[in-house]
Ligand binder design. Sequence first.
Ligand code: GLP
Length: 239
Amino acid sequence: MNWETFPDYDALSEAAAAILLRTIRAQPSIVLGLPTGNTPLGMYARVIAACSREYHCFSDVVAFNLDEYVGIPRDHPGSYFSFMQRQVFAHVDIEPANTHIPNGMAPDLKVECARYDRSIASAGGLGITFLGLGSNGHIAFNEPGTPFDSRTHVVALSESTRRANAAFFLDQPVPTHAITMGIATILDSREIVLLASGAKKRDAIARLRSGTQGVDFPASALWTHPNVRVLVDEAASIS
Ligand code: GLP
């Protein structure tokens, strides 16, 4: 695991955007694993700005999002589908058919999870996956207790995760379940970049840095992967 510490969120976002842009330039048809949350917003804004100055940026890129809420229509502003349109996809030249997000409204969620894993595999597998970090150590929506060999599945969201996402659901109860790529699905990505910013992530980063692996702390599964970069800012690092 390769650790890089940046003075602040802007510097971290700049570095993350540089990794993503460099990867797309080197491999224009890269398969991306993409996160939602606040942490990647700075990276996305910089990538969009750079792509608006370049010809062909995302035109051959394939993207798979990590997760989606169950029971939230795609056009609800709190859905991750809406988030990705708003923050990324509406602003770059990605083919809509190449953007994949689990369908949390599918009539049979188990079938949807299996379909999602199959479509990642048929796209050639994830090339590089960007992750945020939950303050309880979750990656995507893999909450503490999730087996490291899990594939895409339905998860019950923890109370702390529901509270952290409450701002997006002022008009209705915060969803109780989500579809998430499993930990093994994420670990199959050839490269992984984890981003963590701010004092709220300090305990989780300290635990990750300790190297202690266990299902009580999902991000610790990343220690089993040969190509992980962790980008943190000073506020998220131990003082
Ligand atoms: C949500 C997402 C995760 C994300 C996490 C952290 O739970 N499903 O993928 O990493 O939030 O969010 P933030 O970056 O806003 O702290």
